[in-house]
Design a protein around this ligand. Structure first.
Ligand SMILES: [Zn+2]
Length: 276
């Protein structure tokens, strides 16, 4: 399969910083990375066909073709069919994403990791900054985690800085609180989601029946982006523990009353109750 390139100027001039968004599924860019989606030079979609769902696959193809975005690179790798809900609470992280128990699914899932590397290597060559899923796959989606794994596997070779946003789910919160004790970031940026662009994208997906998230999603006023530079960077690193995440389970227009979506990852010593 050959990645489709769109957008003419690919921004490869020597001085111009080149940035990219890499997401697993079409519509993830609108949900989790809208603050940068209109300004990056490339938007890479990892997966195309929905496992065993030809109609939804066709709907997604039509939606991607109709997106008002420039620089789309659609790798269109077939989804693995992983039942990610089974793995979100206590995922075992592996070099290709998460440990999958069913042998046939595991084989497809691991093969997808290799295909992601093959497709992402040329797509991200020359990039200085790559925005992608966070290490816990937002609400715990195993294919989001896999895309983060594939992007970071290429980081040292290609030399870019990885950025991710701070969304989390209600059901993987405890896992993320533990993971945060060994995750580092270098820069933190408080940004505004581009809600106008995100809603325009959502309308295209919904028109084609390819929107995979709930229809009452409420984008927050602010979100946070964290950077992970390559190891050659001299930037000081900070622990993710103590930081604030956005709980997607609370980002809904209904039912009211809303609870704040902001939840703080307690420090390890706080979690143990040894400090006030
Ligand atoms: Zn997704």
């Amino acid at each position: 399969m050959t990645p489709s390139w769109d957008g003419g100027d690919d921004g490869m001039s020597a001085q111009q910083p080149l940035s990219a968004v890499v997401v697993a599924h079409p519509d993830d860019e609108a949900l989790w990375l809208s603050s940068v989606v209109a300004s990056v030079k490339r938007i890479v979609f990892g997966f195309g066909d929905v496992w065993d769902k030809p109609q939804r696959s066709e709907a997604r193809r039509k939606a991607v073709a109709a997106l008002p975005l420039r620089g789309i690179v659609n790798l269109a790798i077939g989804e693995s069919g992983v039942k990610w809900q089974s793995y979100l609470a206590k995922p075992q992280l592996t070099p290709w994403g998460v440990q999958i128990l069913e042998p046939a699914v595991r084989e497809r899932y691991q093969s997808n990791h290799a295909q992601l590397l093959e497709g992402l290597r040329p797509a991200l060559a020359g990039c200085t900054d790559v925005y992608t899923h966070n290490p816990w796959g937002e609400y715990g989606h195993a294919e989001h985690i896999q895309v983060y794994s594939a992007v970071t596997a290429l980081q040292e070779e290609l030399g870019f800085t990885v950025w991710f946003s701070n969304y989390v789910g209600p059901r993987n919160w405890i896992f993320v609180r533990g993971l945060a004790q060994r995750l580092n970031w270098a820069q933190r940026r408080v940004v505004k989601p581009d809600i106008v662009t995100a809603r325009a994208l959502m309308r295209v997906y919904r028109h084609h029946g390819a929107w995979t998230w709930n229809s009452g999603h409420r984008w927050p006023a602010q979100e946070i982006m964290y950077s992970q530079p390559p190891t050659s960077s001299a930037d000081a690193l900070h622990l993710l523990s103590g930081e604030w995440l956005l709980d997607v389970g609370r980002l809904r227009w209904w039912p009211a009353p809303w609870r704040s979506p902001w939840r703080r990852l307690s420090h390890p010593e706080e979690a143990l109750g040894t400090t006030v």
